[in-house]
Design a protein. Sequence first.
Length: 52
Amino acid sequence: MGRLFRLLIVLILLAAIAFVGYAYLGPILGADFSAPQEEIRVPVTLQSGNDS
């Protein structure tokens, strides 16, 4: 049981290292992490506080 737990911990650590490495090296390798920029206009109707 201890070997299985140790293997699980090692795999989690390797996955974390790979994730951080991809975050740093992704833009160099051509990955684009920027959010798509798009203007959104929604009409809003405001009500005054005197409509009692």
